[in-house]
Write a protein that binds this ligand. Structure first.
Ligand code: PLP
Length: 432
């Protein structure tokens, strides 16, 4: 087993408190008080004190194939020893072409051109720049983006600017116009078929009122926005609206992509073809930073009109890193060989069925899910925080987004793991 070395927990904690700036964490002594994780295997992680946790956060919702997967480690080691990376603005390397071809084979016909970056936020940044650039290239500039107020697309300045979530609102100058659509009904009612007409109407108004938008930019499931399931037919209606108004449709698949919702992509539930797709988390399964953006040949070719370089003036030193490409290729093999996408659908059904009875608890407002992600929406954020803390004491790491407690285990979780997760969450709800 993958036990890791003996760790001096106190000095590790002290060093962390003294030197590390933790993202999304308050500035105070507790900033480094999360578990000190030293190793992982499958869907479990182990801390410095030797305690094991069932990781129902999948780290940052990106550990799809679980920890210590031998095929992923081997792929990274092999590519590291051959060639770690080479600048893709100058030359190319073998794994980037291979992984671009594999991704295009998984996406709907027509999305055959892929740009690689390092994080979901960078993929958002690139998608917005490409959408803006496309319209400029055609000689008909469009800047406005239509999106969900409760959407989340990352935290670079551009990505953060898309979201209307209170945690994402910045005080900087608006870099471009954004219309953020509020949910017409509470999150817990949105998945009902009756919510479809008011939601579509809200997007229709947002698209038609004002300057023609460059793009409609959405997730297929509002993850950070509270684990919100959208009503069936929504993405199809959005596709029709975009077709009718000549607007680009961008699907942010950073969270949903590569099996999380029980299909390869979240939009596969609706059988639509977006114009741009962003991907990250599940693509490299948390082993290395990696992200991608795929689009059509028409969007790509339009950049020949750029007056300075006849192409996209955008890229990062480590974009399309060869080790990340090699790991992603291995991830795609693992998804296929271990049949992890249908497994996510099956385990997700078991997870939701197990958690549904918790909806009877007076502190719980709703239990919902899609694929292998389940949301227990509590009535109060403090209760949600307590539930997460008590589950951790009992050996399961759950994620909290406001009032929502989310179970998002690695896709490799087995039936016994799901049963344990259901049991632990139920007991954590009852203890107080
Ligand atoms: N888009 C979605 C849907 C996400 O869930 C996230 C991260 O949680 C991002 C974008 C941003 O990705 P990153 O944190 O890699 O920048």
């Amino acid at each position: 087993t993958n036990v890791g070395e003996a760790v001096d927990e106190a000095s590790a904690r002290q060093r962390d408190h003294r030197y590390v700036w933790h993202p999304w964490s308050p500035v105070k002594e507790t900033a480094g008080d999360g578990p000190i994780l030293v190793s992982g295997e499958g869907y479990r992680v182990r801390d410095a004190a030797g305690r094991e946790y069932l990781d129902a956060m999948a780290s940052a919702m990106n550990s799809s194939c679980g920890y210590a997967h031998p095929a992923l480690i081997a792929a990274a080691e092999r590519q590291l020893s051959l060639l770690p990376h080479f600048d893709l603005s100058v030359g190319t390397h073998l794994p980037v072409g291979q992984v671009a071809e594999r991704i295009s084979g998984l996406l709907p016909e027509g999305l055959g051109r892929t740009l690689f970056v390092n994080s979901g936020s960078e993929a958002t940044e690139a998608a917005v720049r490409i959408a803006h650039g496309y319209w400029r290239n055609l000689g008909r500039p469009r800047d406005r983006i239509v999106t969900f107020a409760a959407g989340y697309h990352g935290t670079t300045l551009v990505a953060q600017h898309l979201s209307g979530l209170p945690t994402n609102v910045t005080h900087t100058v608006d870099p471009f116009p954004v219309t953020r659509v509020e949910l017409p009904v509470p999150a817990r009612e949105l998945r009902a078929p009756e919510s479809l007409p008011p939601l579509v109407e809200a997007f229709k108004r947002a698209v038609l009122d004002g300057a023609p938008p460059a793009a409609v930019f959405v997730e297929a499931f509002l993850n950070v926005g509270g684990g919100v399931v959208l009503p069936p037919g929504f993405l199809r209606a959005l596709r029709e609206l975009c077709d009718r108004t000549g607007t680009l449709l961008v699907l942010d698949e950073v969270f949903c992509g590569f099996g999380r919702t029980g299909r390869m992509f979240g939009f596969d539930h609706e059988g639509i073809t977006p114009d741009l797709v962003t991907m990250s988390k599940g693509l490299s399964g948390g082993y290395v930073p990696f992200a991608a953006l795929s689009t059509t040949e028409a969007v790509y070719r339009s950049f020949a009109a750029d007056p300075l370089i006849g192409g996209l003036r955008y890229g990062h030193t480590t974009g399309g890193h060869a080790v990340a490409c090699a790991v992603a290729l291995a991830v795609l093999d693992v998804l296929e060989e271990q049949k992890l996408v249908p497994a996510a659908a099956a385990r997700g059904e078991e997870l939701l069925a197990g958690l549904l009875p918790l909806a009877e608890h007076p502190e719980v407002a709703d239990v919902r899910g899609l694929g292998l992600v389940a949301t227990v929406e509590c009535r109060r954020p403090e209760f949600a925080a307590g539930l997460v803390a008590r589950a951790r004491e009992r050996g399961a790491l759950l994620r909290r987004q406001g009032c929502s407690v989310m179970a998002i285990p690695p896709l490799v979780i087995d039936r016994a793991g799901v049963a344990e997760l259901v049991r632990t969450t139920g007991r954590a709800l009852e203890d107080q």
